[in-house]
Design a binder for this molecule. Sequence first.
Ligand code: PLP
Length: 407
Amino acid sequence: MQIKKSSKMNNVRYDIRGPVAALATEMEKQGTKVIRLNTGNPAAFGFRPPNITDILESRLQLTAAYSDSKGLIETREAIAVYERSKDIPNIHTDNVYTGNGVSELIIMSMQALLNNDDEVLIPSPDYPLWTAAVRLAGGKAVHYLCDESSSWYLDIEDIRRKITPRTKAIVVINPNNPTGAVYPKEILESICNLARQHKLLIFSDEIYDRLLMDNAKHIAIASLAPDLPVITMNGLSKSHQLCGFRAGWMVISGDLSGTEDYLDALTVLASMRLCANVNAQAVIPAALQNPYFAKDELLPSGRIYDQREQAYEGLKSIPGISVVKSQAGLYMFPKMDVMMLGIEDDEQMVLDFLREKHVLLTHGGSYNWNMPDHFRVVYLPEKEVLVDVIERLRDFLGGYVQVKKGG
Ligand code: PLP
């Protein structure tokens, strides 16, 4: 019997857990020890989440039941308080939705919004779930440039050129994955102006907003646009190192006149999945009493800060590699001098590196970057592991001769 995938899945990819990661799993099954640097999963690297056992024990009766589809009311209130603390205007708890991670909410928000061939502006490089969710919903992901030569900031002129009558929304990932950029106010204001002019819905993925370094300041774009509807996404995966809980939320703020139809559709989708994991919802209010849970790790001599320094210094010391230092989050997106290194295919490069040196990286193409000249590094492992990884990479690239697939 042949069972074919639906045509809806054409071009839907999530390569962070794609074919290269599948090879790593295969190698592990054969007994090879692989250093996995493909996901931003702090607890897998020994980072300790807050102690939530007491909360879960005391709320067992509550968390064993389904909740309201949007979420527990005390949870949505706590989320509203946190997002208001970021100067986001006009937040009503009715417009706060909890999700099984931000991931589920990204998919729901695109399903509810897009007709076939509607366009959504998405950064390149992006966090690829956004592109995948747009395509799954029948839409067209139109990628705008983040400019490496300008600290990876958004290229506003490129965005402007790519707006068409079919453009419905713009996605901003701030702080950014995979580049670690944090956007200044002027850039966010320019996005708001484009959204005003062209009636675009703004989606802002702010899941790294509490993982800032070097005194970087995060500005919620919704705080600059009280006259526009803005959807802000966030959660506990990174800030509280609770990826496995799947505790995410989205908040629709600003001027909501005219959005009723869309909000109704979101509510139907939220109801169809009954509710988000209630254990995860139940820990959100306590977690948000200390929103900056990881702050010491982000200061000089804190673990994340030091590992970022180690990764940055090590990467830029490798001949043929340059890198913009990240200001937030868990990643950097180094550039390879592909002429010098003789690289034509970035996926082939990370596959060969995995086979030869047993380290799993992700290639730039996974992030909808259309040149074969980048890869992403996760700086969650301890410094000694990072030193080892950098040396393996230096050694590998020093002797690498790329043999093309099938060649
Ligand atoms: N958004 C960005 C930018 C991410 O990097 C990630 C995970 O890495 C997510 C969303 C997904 O987060 P969650 O664990 O809440 O689904």
